[in-house]
Design a protein around this ligand. Sequence first.
Ligand code: NDP
Length: 397
Amino acid sequence: MSKVLVIGAGGVGTVVVHKMAGLPDVFSEIMLASRTKSKCDDIAAQIGGNRVKTAQVDADNVPELIDLINSFKPDLVVNVALPYQDLTIMDACLETGVSYLDTANYEPKDEAKFEYKWQWAYQDKFKNAGLTAILGCGFDPGVTSVFTAYAAKHHFDEIHYLDIVDCNAGDHGKAFATNFNPEINIREVTQKGKYWENGQWVYTEPHEIHKPLNYPEIGPKESYLIYHEELESLVKNFPTLKRARFWMTFGQEYLTHLRVIQNIGMAGIEPVMYNGVEIVPIQFLKAVLPNPGDLGENYKGWTSIGCRIRGIKDGKEKTYYVYNNCSHEVAYKETGTQAVSYTTGVPCMIGAMMYLKGTWKKPGVYNVEEFNPDPFMEQLNNHGLPWVEKHNVDLEL
Ligand code: NDP
């Protein structure tokens, strides 16, 4: 019997509470809180059965968070608001003595730079308080990190080369839309590329390195080397890695729109004055772009995300590919959201389950690859994200 407080009523939050509501033995009481309470109420109504309580909260405001946590008294706070709120929610958790889980690392609003250093700095505070903070428990980071830990544990003596490959081969029928929060998404994909090689970071221009990669059941898709946050913790936690990279597919149409958005200054994060009012271009852009949570209805096709790994087993070189394919249509039928929200929300629910069952519980701040991957992998198969393994195949990389 446990109580969970979920903060953030977007696409990911919708999936998280749908999935939790179906598991009353694990999540006996659920509260969904967000900036706009009506969004929480709509999600709770879709789920029905009075399974989900709702509340309004400004997660930038620590005293407000403390009041909410003290009034509901959850065993765990799940943060699926935005990365900007990570530290205030962690502060409120420390203040109220509750453990914490999120899906994206902290990023200051005024600097497009996501790094774990701010959250890793909470290590002693969580440890001394006897509380657990689980960082990055979506798909990537999240499942990709657990895939890597599982490969290292079961299939290799040493992993040397890691390529995380993220393909969205779905079509939502819009000229341009982002699959999760537009502000966070555009900040992520427009920054310089970066990968790990021989003990140091190598920098590239945005989208400079690309090549076609074949994705299972999908075929070849042009894939672009970008920096992604799990690389930072994976190279720290798996020091045998000689190289670690992240690849994401983008369509030509998407890249053209992105280039225009950047060239005309609409991706800017510095405020500008308009008619006497200060506005941040990228926040205004978010207001006019399609809401990622509404893309599901017409979304067709698959996502395919996995890890391609090369290393040594019993003195011999071997390759290994582990991945999940997820259908936008199936995700929509189950939860009313597209596969990007689904593939993030399901692992987030599983991470919460791991904590509440005591399987992933140790005082301190941890990335998901630092826990036992086996029970998490088992639950992926049970809750809609089955995975496939291939041994000694051509990794193309
Ligand atoms: P959305 O923008 O759809 O939802 C974010 C929600 O957070 C909204 O309901 C928003 O409220 C709420 N919110 C924002 N600011 C505050 C605040 N100050 N106080 C309270 N609530 C607030 O985003 P997504 O659902 O697409 O993404 C959620 C998170 O998941 C993000 O952090 C994203 O980076 C992460 N993510 C992780 C992935 C992974 O694989 N690890 C993949 C995809 C996303 P309002 O409705 O009022 O705007």
